[in-house]
Write a new protein. Structure first.
Length: 392
């Protein structure tokens, strides 16, 4: 609501982009339709917000015509949210004011510092225009949305507007044990033009250890997902961007995710590169970080690299992943620093699709054998048995 008018153009742009990339291959054939529904859902949830429709609960039971007074809160079960138990607490967020909180941040603020309980912040459908911070003092928070195409936290900071890329995230998580389910994180700053400086716009920064994302969406262009530090799990997520759209020094396992390149379409025959999926920031041999993608799919537009070596010991593996032919034959980039060729670890294993042909890959790219690939193929990569709770 603080950004009147902004969403419509952005969602129209998203919609146009989604329908333009008809060759996008994905395990979920409903993707384009989902994105269309997404725009429509959001548009319709924004439009009525200019009308003062929030009415008192049960008001209409007494007088008048039921049809003329419709209570938007009627869908809420009267006993929701349930009372706290000794292990969990649920806080309810609804932008229309149907339960305790109207913003996500106000719910986060109400969580006790260093609570040992898990607090689920239940977030109703709609767009929440706010910048959200989950501070270090608030471990064990879950954001539960109603679907990545129905619930989103959206802001529009850029590197320029927020003292640097690292602070531009619409959501920033510094706490440990953070979980997000069925919700999207979006940055709707203007799409960077080629050569733009300071236009990086992060959707979420994940800077706490032991974070898990299930069925989430990440929407942006340059630097969408700041996988900053700590061990992270992403399952069934949709991640879109153009340049370095998954970047940082986290140690992360991406399973069954859809990666969608939004780089400008490149005409056949043109060899220039205009996008990169990853920019992993592993800086030294001592660091245990890296990104593993397993059973994912990569499509969209542009002519892109799978990764570029933001730091000298950058480490990324793609396994069992479908890649469309938007991936340039050389595959990867050393950030124009040949010294890094000795220290980066870029591996591919059992990938399929036109972009997965490794014949023309640069010499430092590793075609992993079974033994070399095995540490990257399951959740033991992120010590999941020590912390990851099954999805419930
Ligand atoms: C974010 O959107 C608001 C409202 O449209 C606008 O005033 C502001 O300049 C935008 N910020 C950036 C960095 O684009
Ligand atoms: C939590 O509550 C349950 C009953 O609801 C009780 O059996 C259990 O002992 C309690 N646990 C603690 C740690 O208080
Ligand atoms: C939520 O609202 C209910 C009823 O208005 C109130 O009893 C309860 O204390 C509130 N909970 C929080 C966490 O603010
Ligand atoms: C958490 O701690 C901060 C200061 O560190 C304080 O300002 C805030 O009120 C505390 N929040 C709660 C819910 O206790
Ligand atoms: C809460 O967070 C602390 C510190 O990160 C952790 O030790 C504890 O296991 C967490 N509790 C739950 C219920 O997740
Ligand atoms: C960011 O700020 C720099 C310096 O003020 C300016 O040159 C540049 O155009 C700005 N970038 C964007 C995308 O506004
Ligand atoms: C929520 O995410 C889970 C895990 O990815 C998925 O199985 C489920 O269908 C999603 N639910 C909704 C309502 O989107
Ligand atoms: C892989 O690329 C090479 C060189 O461009 C080509 O000769 C070969 O036929 C391709 N392999 C497949 C399976 O498409
Ligand atoms: C895999 O590659 C490594 C390193 O080149 C080699 O030492 C090992 O013998 C290979 N293992 C298999 C099963 O081929
Ligand atoms: C996961 O991978 C590790 C090491 O690569 C291996 O030891 C373990 O057996 C695997 N676990 C499963 C469930 O496949
Ligand atoms: C990847 O998919 C294969 C085939 O469906 C399955 O056997 C394997 O367990 C999956 N691995 C992960 C990490 O999801």
């Amino acid at each position: 609501m603080s950004l009147p008018g902004t969403p419509f153009s952005i969602f129209v742009a998203l919609l146009a982009a989604a329908t333009a990339c008809t060759h996008f291959m994905t395990p979920n054939p409903l993707f384009v339709r989902n994105l269309i529904d997404f725009s429509l859902t959001f548009s319709s949830s924004v439009i009525p917000s200019t009308i003062p429709y929030k009415l008192e609960r049960s008001h209409h039971n007494h007088h008048h015509d039921k049809k003329t007074i419709q209570n938007i809160c009627d869908d809420f079960a009267p006993d929701f949210p349930p009372p706290d138990t000794n292990t969990t607490s649920i806080l309810c967020v609804d932008r229309n004011g149907c339960c305790n909180f109207t913003t996500v941040q106000s719910a986060v603020d109400a969580v006790g510092n260093f609570s040992a309980k898990r607090t689920t912040v239940w977030i109703n459908s709609g767009i929440y225009f706010e910048k959200v911070i989950v501070p270090k003092t608030k471990p064990n928070i879950t954001f539960q949305g109603q679907g990545y195409a129905s619930t989103a936290i959206v802001w529009n900071d850029t590197a320029n507007s927020s003292h640097g890329t690292f602070y531009s995230g619409s959501v920033q998580v510094f706490a440990t044990n953070f979980i997000a389910k069925n919700i999207s994180f979006m940055n709707v700053a203007p799409i960077p033009l080629p050569g733009d400086v300071g236009a990086q716009a992060v959707a979420i920064r994940v800077a706490g250890d032991q974070a898990a994302f299930w069925g989430c969406g990440f929407f942006g262009f340059q630097d969408t997902l700041h996988d900053d530090r700590g061990r992270h799990y992403f399952k069934d997520c949709y991640i879109q961007g153009s340049i370095d759209f998954i970047f940082g020094n986290g140690k992360s396992f991406y399973e069954n995710c859809q990666l969608n390149s939004m780089a400008n379409p490149v005409p056949a025959g043109v060899k220039s590169i205009n996008g990169a999926v990853t920019a992993n920031g592993r800086a030294s041999m001592d660091e245990n970080s890296g990104f593993a993608f397993v059973n994912c799919s990569l499509g969209g537009t542009g002519r892109i690299w799978l990764g570029r070596a933001w730091r000298p010991f950058s480490r990324v593996v793609f396994a069992y992943t479908f890649m469309s032919d938007i991936v340039a034959p050389e595959g990867w980039n050393d950030f124009n620093d040949p010294m890094r060729d000795q220290t980066i670890f870029y591996g591919e294993y059992m990938c399929t699709g036109g972009g997965a042909n490794t014949t023309m890959r640069l010499p430092y790219v590793q075609r992993l054998n079974d033994t070399q690939a095995s540490p990257y193929l399951n959740m033991s990569f992120i010590d999941a048995d020590q912390w990851l709770q099954p999805y419930t």
